[in-house]
Ligand binder design. Structure first.
Ligand SMILES: Nc1ncnc2c1ncn2[C@@H]1O[C@H](COP(=O)(O)OP(=O)(O)OP(=O)(O)O)[C@@H](O)[C@H]1O
Ligand SMILES: [Mg+2]
Length: 304
């Protein structure tokens, strides 16, 4: 901070102290509470005029803690509710893409589709907001970890792996029964609601499709993560529920490889991963229920 700036802030702080002292002398009660509310609103309204950069308040209710993810198409911020103190995530477009009609349409599609889902293992979209500059933005609860982070930082016990796969199959079972294919199951899109990686939730419905929709119809340009997408998907075919099962197989494979027992110690889970990763969808388990039943068989036989 320059010397001039320091002087200005000293002045602001002296005036703030005077304001604070005056408020302290006013009788406590409704009038004082109202005055405080009005002052706060006046500061909120004035701030965007004072700040030359992007406003850091969203819907006047959330302050921006940090940008947690930025790509060509997507910006994800961590927000804090100003009154409740709760943490949230906001997914929107980068500011310089605010007029990109296709990106806006896709984010709204995601909001519409994911906003209607209700499942304990799916990240709930709490609201689809319109930012002051017109960008759509999806508000969800803050999830402290992703599976990709956890895979980098720790090895999972076999029981934890079984728990992760149970949650995954349970959410996919619900989704497929709703006629929706996720199409982009990957460790970066699997989030945990707790630091201990116990409660797994599927996120990122940016590529999800209802049965009657086609990516081409929606002018879809991007593809799923190449390490997890099923061969038929990479070949340009419409993803189907068993494409999601293929991605589950890749995830199970990674979890087993990095388990605290070492991959070789978990042959039953490795065998299930192989079944899920069959190149021909017809050779994979028929559906999510069948995959979940196989998981339970394998877990029973090794006391998990
Ligand atoms: N609710 C949330 N809580 C915490 N972090 C989140 C949340 N939602 C998203 N993120 C973080 O932001 C990242 C990107 O979000 P998301 O997967 O929805 O975007 P994307 O569609 O993959 O972006 P791109 O357009 O670049 O492919 C996630 O991998 C995760 O790290
Ligand atoms: Mg993603």
């Amino acid at each position: 901070m320059s010397g001039d700036e320091k002087n200005e802030y000293a002045l602001v702080s002296a005036r703030f102290s005077a304001l604070w002292a005056a408020l302290g002398q006013a009788p406590a009660g409704e009038a004082r509470r109202l005055t405080i509310d009005r002052l706060r609103d006046a500061l909120d309204r004035g701030h965007s005029r004072l700040a030359p950069h992007a406003p850091d308040l969203i819907a006047n209710s959330f302050s921006v803690d940090e940008i947690v993810y930025a790509s060509e198409r997507t910006l994800v911020m961590k927000l804090r509710h100003r009154d409740l103190g709760t943490a949230h995530a906001l997914k929107t477009l980068p500011p310089d893409r605010r007029d990109d009609v296709v990106l806006r349409q896709w984010l709204l599609h995601e909001g519409r589709l994911a906003g209607a889902l209700e499942n304990p293992n799916i990240v709930a979209i709490r609201a689809t907001l319109r930012l002051a500059d017109g960008r759509p933005a999806l508000l969800s609860d803050w999830m402290p970890a992703t599976l990709s982070q956890c895979l980098r930082e720790r090895a999972f016990a076999a029981s934890k792996i079984a728990g992760i796969m149970r949650s995954l199959f349970s959410a996919l079972g619900y989704l497929h029964a709703e006629g929706i294919v996720h199409g982009d199951i990957s460790p970066a899109n699997l989030l945990f609601a707790d630091e201990d990686c116990r409660c797994l939730k599927i996120a990122d419905f940016g590529l999800a499709l209802r049965q009657e929709e086609l990516h081409q119809d929606l002018d879809m340009a991007r593809g799923a993560h190449p390490d997890f997408a099923a061969p038929e998907q990479l070949g340009g075919a419409r993803p189907e529920p068993r494409s999601d099962l293929y991605a589950c197989g890749r995830i199970l494979h990674e979890l087993v490889e990095r388990s605290d027992a070492g991959g070789v110690e978990l042959p039953k889970l490795s065998a299930l991963a192989e079944q899920l990763m069959q190149p021909d969808p017809a050779d994979r388990p028929h559906d999510t229920m069948a995959a979940a039943a196989l998981l339970e068989d394998q877990c029973r036989s090794c006391d998990l």
